[in-house]
Design a protein around this ligand. Structure first.
Ligand code: UT7
Length: 323
């Protein structure tokens, strides 16, 4: 028997407003077409946060749903790790705002910044803290309002992103070694800062800045890095691609999902796809996709999952989970 981190429940939250490609183009006066966006990315809709909706409010809603699904009361949470690149404030950490919204008086709470890979980083940090005995129940959240750092004049980026949040309750249990998070692998290579970044920051421009991306180059790195880290993490967990029931990937581009699955020899039907409905929600995309497939009944207890993501930094990572 060893101490394991089990995904006890999942939850998600999306802004009320869903915006189609055509609606977005008309609303923000973007020189684009539904055909171009669907063909190049698979995106049809995204949710955009409105007044009163922030990264913290979305995160708290997703967390409440995850707590309800897990049957864990908020006051039993000892750790909140929140992944975001779009915090409500530069400080304090959005995790502490969510903590207060959930009515938790005292727990460990902090943010993790690894952009689109943020949820994988947060999951691994929380897993290790639970295994080390720092807490028994953790909330791991990915939450973003990327619509607030987009340059609506830059059609090469502004059509790609959406807002949302996803959360899991991780519970430490003395259990079967083939349960919960079986392995995680994380990477970063800071030499690629100029391929995907935000133009501002408190210490440089004293502004928030807007997203810039050299899409083609990011695409090329994404397929190679994701296939590599998926092989690595499956090896570490003692599994092969053929053992995988579901891949729950970061949702940046349907073509990246297809190309990565092909490289691993995985059937496209085993890949959870939500990019058509949510677009790229950065750190929120993996837990949003996970919650979608848990709630629609595709992902069942006992299934072998591979979670993976790649984003700014570059950062990339993957986890193998016996759900
Ligand atoms: O979440 C972090 C990870 N992010 C990613 O993984 C994103 C990776 N990259 C991608 O998903 C793709 O590279 C994009 C979807 C961003 C772009 O697709 P692409 O097939 O690489 O297109 P491109 O950048 O080479 O652009 C092709 C053409 C260009 O026109 P010219 O120069 O060929 O005349 C662009 O100006 O498409 C044009 N274009 C657009 N046209 C209509 C770029 N954006 C748009 C647009 N609407 N929104």
């Amino acid at each position: 028997m060893t101490r394991r981190s089990i995904i006890a429940g999942t939850g998600a939250a999306l802004p009320a407003r869903s915006v189609s490609n055509n609606e977005l183009a008309a609303w923000k006066n973007i020189d684009t077409t539904d055909e171009w966006i669907v063909e190049r990315t698979g995106i049809r809709n995204r949710h955009i946060a409105g007044e009163g909706e922030t990264t913290a409010t979305l995160a708290a809603d997703a967390a409440r749903r995850a707590l309800a699904a897990a049957g864990v009361a908020a006051d039993r949470i000892g750790l909140i790790v929140l992944a975001t690149a779009t915090p409500d404030q530069t400080f304090p950490a959005t995790a502490t705002i969510v903590q207060t919204m959930l009515g938790i008086d005292d727990c460990i709470a902090f943010d993790v910044a690894a952009v689109c890979t943020g949820f994988l980083y947060a999951l691994s940090v929380a897993d290790n803290m639970l295994k080390g005995g720092m807490a028994d129940h953790a909330l791991v959240i990915g939450a973003e309002t990327f619509s607030r750092i987009l340059d609506w004049e830059d059609r090469t980026t502004c059509v790609l992103f959406g807002d949302g949040a996803g959360a899991v309750v991780l519970t430490a249990e003395e259990g079967d070694p083939d349960s919960g998070i079986l392995a995680s692998r994380l990477h970063a290579d800071g030499r690629h800062n100029d391929l995907l970044y935000v133009t501002g920051g408190p210490s440089t421009t004293q502004t928030v800045g807007t997203v810039r991306m050299k899409g083609k180059e990011v695409f090329r790195h994404a397929v190679v890095n994701l296939a590599g880290v998926m092989h690595e993490v499956l090896d570490a967990a003692g599994h092969e691609p053929g053992d995988v029931d579901w891949v729950v990937p970061h949702q940046a581009n349907k073509r990246i999902l297809d190309a990565t699955a092909k490289k691993l020899g995985l059937a496209p039907e085993k890949v959870i796809v939500t990019v058509d409905r949510h677009a790229n929600t950065s750190a929120a995309s993996v837990p949003l996709a996970l919650d979608t497939a848990v709630r629609d009944g595709r992902i069942r207890r006992g299934d072998l999952l591979v979670l993976e993501a790649m984003g700014g930094g570059f950062t990339w990572g993957a986890a193998v989970v016996r759900y």
